[in-house]
Design a protein around this ligand. Sequence first.
Ligand SMILES: Cc1cc2nc3c(=O)[nH]c(=O)nc-3n(C[C@H](O)[C@H](O)[C@H](O)COP(=O)(O)OP(=O)(O)OC[C@H]3O[C@@H](n4cnc5c(N)ncnc54)[C@H](O)[C@@H]3O)c2cc1C
Length: 388
Amino acid sequence: MHSTLSPELEEHRSFCRAFAERHLRPYVERLDAGETFPPDARRRLGELGAYGLPFPESVGGGGGTFLAWAVLHEELARVLPVAGLYFQVSSIAAAAILEVGTPAQHRRHVPALFAGTSQAFLAFTEPDTGSDIGMLQTRARPTGDGGWVVNGRKMWISNAASADVGLVFALVDQGGDPTTGVGTGDELAIFLVDPKQPGFIVGNAIPIMGVRGTELHELLFEDLAVGPDGLLTRGRGAFDVLRRVMSIGKIGLCAMCVGLMQTCLEEAVRYARHRRQRGHPILDFQAIHHLVAEMVAALEASRQLTYWAATCRDQGIDAITELATAKLFVTNAALRVARQAVSVHGVYGIAQGATVERLLRDAQVFELLEGPSEVQRELVMRAVRDIV
Ligand SMILES: Cc1cc2nc3c(=O)[nH]c(=O)nc-3n(C[C@H](O)[C@H](O)[C@H](O)COP(=O)(O)OP(=O)(O)OC[C@H]3O[C@@H](n4cnc5c(N)ncnc54)[C@H](O)[C@@H]3O)c2cc1C
């Protein structure tokens, strides 16, 4: 297919593809079998510049674009669909610190996160809180000397067991007048927590059907002390930060789906060329042509939608609606394409160890990550409600 990207971006693609073949291919089956992503591989992602690529050099980033970041995710995901999740959590955490942190917080955390020498987790989800922020239960109480004590429980947290720093979403009292009730009530706050502090407890691991090796865990905070320099932001600002930084994650997620679809297509064509029925390779059958053509159309539409959303971000807008639109379409397309790739393979597509069987499981997880489709539909609808 003809590319509309610049020669520089195509060169970047080739470089990322070669990196993935060399440094990620060896882990694909081991991670799916339950191993975790090794520190050495994380270090290599740091050397590649994956963590900070779209952020300015002045803050320790790579000075690249979100479009280049999308291409990076896509090419790593072509080999290992989950690869982007290993570094983008740290990138998102660094982006949040850059947006609302103090200069001291920047200096302490951002360069190391962009270099990949420090890893972060981001803890929003709780047992009763999925996409509805109103259900949050984790609470932070002021200690009177500027510090805080955090109590609560988080679920489904990537990097939870290996991170050096964490961003924890918790409720704090607005601190109004309790006699009149004016200004009282809860507001959202984001804290920077140190996993080495007493009261920080890594709970059960959460095994899932696909996207394995992400080290998903439950986290418990039992009187976890946070110093005065640990409050990142609170109030309306905290909610806005969450929306903006999660939109960065969606660029990566869409691009990961594109990489996954590319492999589904390659696997389907490779299999159809070699599998023979009634004296012909099945690639000669019109039914297979139709399946493959549908896969190509979904892949290319998803690729362009992802590049468009990334370019919107490069043009300086939050791109929340654009990314919800892309996420809705692309993650559903990935599920469909993975299913079509399995269909081309017949029963061999559902055999344990088949590449397309693994990709179908990964595609199902991608659809649920970073807000399910129902939530994306609501975001898109909100943006067009008043267009006429
Ligand atoms: C691999 C992986 C890694 C993750 N990493 C992290 C992490 O690092 N940090 C973190 O905080 N979380 C993480 N999560 C959690 C993830 O972000 C949440 O699971 C996700 O946001 C949705 O939560 P939920 O499925 O419980 O959704 P819920 O909001 O409980 O939704 C359940 C279902 O209800 C429906 N629904 C919900 N809201 C609406 C609505 N408004 N309109 C219509 N229907 C609706 C949808 O069908 C949805 O599928 C991770 C999850 C996975 C799978």
